[in-house]
Write a protein that binds this ligand. Sequence first.
Ligand SMILES: [Zn+2]
Length: 258
Amino acid sequence: MFVPIVIYGTHVWRRRLGWVAGYCPICRMAQRFRLFKVQVVRHFFYLPIAPGRTAGHEVRCQRCGQTMETLIDTYPDVTRDRHLPIEQLIDLTCPTVWEQLEERQAMYERYCLGVMSADERDALLAEPLRLIEPELDARASGLHSDRWTTPFALAAVGGAVYLTYYAGHLPRHVRQEAGWALALSSIVIIALLVSGDARRYAKRKLLPRIAPALAAYQPTRHDIKTILDRFRRRGLTVGKRLRPRDVMAAVGRVPEEG
Ligand SMILES: [Zn+2]
């Protein structure tokens, strides 16, 4: 498999700034977040050659691992103490989180009472799927080899080596034809495996993470299909790569809330 080596280009660099508190829509509670400054750096053979341009800030939830864009100005302070008790972290860095929690709790109660509007529920179901977009898009735009592609590629190379060097007992034209058939079918199968990589990655890594947040609002296949169709029309990778049945399978594996 040909792997392009990028000798010049841009690289996204995340600089750790410290710790803040915030509301995590995936955990559906206040959490400890690591705060990052996101910089885009021009590189030559992966060595930075110019000062980076700040592209924004991100937080990563320390419980579920979800990364989210954030606005640095919303935090009155940032701490380097990763062991600060969560209540103190909230007071110091994000005292407004209690209001967010109350607001979300009120939403959930409206849902349980059956008085939530369809639009509000749709927004709550779309939120976790929207949050995984940057990760899925990054995966889809790279060239990755996973547990299916690598063994297949190795088997194809092994078969080609065998035909070329060790199958001397076979007539020459049989070896040539078998070699061509193996090479062509391998290219097709590896292309299919690579094109399906982002969807398998989402099923393995991303959907299990966000499934509990979706399961809280008991989506139907139709709800998920409506959201994914909308995302696809907007050109989002989540809409293009995910299938409603992938999402519903992940939701089905979430244990019921007691
Ligand atoms: Zn979380």
